[in-house]
Design a protein around this ligand. Structure first.
Ligand code: KE4
Length: 428
């Protein structure tokens, strides 16, 4: 594929923007080569500035569950933008989106809008500490909650991809009160609560992990998490930035029948516009200023254009739920990729929950960060480019989830599987 314009754009960007990108996740650091520059996107497709078309399996790392440029979302954003882009004053749209969130996730009795998942995670951690009067936060190796200082410890996503799970610039004082356990480690959880349970403000996790590649929790792990947090007065915080409105209308918590104390949201809730949110039990949320003493603020929080896009997205998901189709498409992708990888004799694992999935190149079942890291990331990089050259755009890291959208059809599934079959044959 000709990518000369992307190369020139990357050279230009690198002289102005660190690494030429505004987020390391899109830097292609783990797969080698250079990122492609996008000119536009529509439905299941990305188009780069050289005119190449790709079946998009990232969907902006999760937000584009409806596919790109969905007419309803585009129209809502344009209509809102015509009435001004930001007021710094409250609008009814913020309450409308809050009502849609609460309707989908009853555990979220009250919610505060912010502008990113990171901001939502940071605020939820501060709230858990402010509400409980305790300092300790528990997270799990390989889970990523945004670039929050206190959570950049053994973080997943691009921190893991680029090998800086604990970043320079984060003073030890910021992470002294962060305890990292292995995901699915029930004994580790029990032992920590036994020794320090009365010091724990909150336990933060991705209820289905996307940021070490896709990893699912065991039922025992989820049940113990809820039991121990309740028993010791710690808050259970579900980071549903990726899973919210994706795994079901009510995200992972609805799918599992769980009831966390706080929920962190992002991505889909803004329909591709900058929206994050955190919410939960009203008595906890009422601690947030100006209702309570825990400070949190933001110029563009509840931005009217972003709210309009989020409302349009959640209404479309509610009125025309795509979940059966997402399951059908994603199951067909799983079946096809498992088949062609097996035929090619490639050691692999395929982890999937609904429309979030990861093809790991390892013979070891992937259940936590240690097992995810047995993957052959060099092989993944070669596979990634073989797929790119066949017009299939996978996440540019073994440690990320792929996302199927409502715009994908069986034609796209067949093209994805066919490209993988050829890629595996060429990589022999
Ligand atoms: P943002 O600050 O990127 O909006 O959200 C941070 C975040 C929080 N929680 C979860 C579970 C997340 O997946 C994320 C962000 N996800 C990454 C992709 N793995 C975003 C891509 C990027 O960093 O560019």
């Amino acid at each position: 594929m000709n990518r000369t314009k992307s190369h020139a754009a990357f050279e230009r960007a690198k002289s102005l923007i660190p690494g030429g990108v505004n987020s390391p996740a899109r830097a292609f650091g783990a797969v080698g080569g250079e990122p492609i520059f996008i000119s536009r996107a529509e439905g299941p497709y990305l188009f780069d500035i050289d005119g190449n078309r790709y079946i998009d399996l990232i969907g902006s790392w999760g937000p584009m569950i409806l596919g790109h440029a969905h007419p309803r979302v585009v129209a809502a954003a344009i209509e809102a933008a015509r009435n001004g882009s930001s007021y710094g004053a409250p609008t009814e749209r913020e309450s409308e989106l809050a009502e849609l969130i609460h309707e989908a996730m009853p555990s979220v009795e009250m919610v505060r809008m912010v502008s990113s998942g990171t901001e939502a995670s940071m605020s939820a951690v501060r709230l858990a500490r402010g509400y409980t009067g305790r300092d300790l936060i528990v997270k799990f190796a390989g889970c990523y909650h945004g670039h929050v200082d206190s959570l950049l410890v053994s973080a997943g996503s691009s921190a893991l991809t680029l090998g800086v799970p604990t970043s320079p610039g984060v003073p030890i004082g910021c992470t002294n009160d962060t305890v990292v356990l292995q995901f699915n480690d029930v004994e580790g959880l029990r032992s920590l609560f036994q020794s320090r349970g009365d010091k724990i403000a909150g336990v933060l996790l991705e209820p289905v992990v996307g940021n070490m590649g896709l990893v699912t929790p065991t039922k025992e792990f989820r049940t113990e998490l809820r039991r121990l947090t309740q028993q010791h007065g710690a808050l259970l915080v579900y980071d549903e930035v990726m899973t919210g409105f994706r795994l079901s209308p009510g995200g992972a918590q609805q799918m599992f029948g769980d009831f966390p104390d706080l929920t962190i949201l992002g991505k889909i809730v803004g329909g591709g516009y900058p929206v994050g949110a955190y919410g939960g039990r009203a008595e906890i949320m009422k601690k947030i200023m100006p209702a309570g003493p825990v400070f949190q603020a933001g110029t563009l929080s509840g931005n009217p254009v972003a709210m309009a896009a989020g409302i349009a997205t959640l209404k479309e998901l509610k009125e025309n739920p795509p979940y059966a189709k997402l399951e059908q498409m994603s199951a067909a992708i799983e079946k096809g990729l498992r088949l062609v990888a097996t035929e090619a004799g490639i050691p692999h694992q395929f982890n999937r929950v609904g429309s979030m999935w990861t093809l790991f190149f390892t013979p070891t079942p992937v259940v936590d960060l240690d097992t995810a890291k047995t993957s052959d990331t060099a092989y993944f990089g070669r596979f990634f480019w073989k797929m790119m050259d066949r017009g299939v755009y996978l996440p540019c890291s073994q440690y990320e989830a792929a996302f199927t959208s409502a715009a994908h059809t069986m034609t796209h599934v067949e093209a994805i599987v066919s490209a993988a079959k050829q890629a595996f044959q060429e990589l022999r």
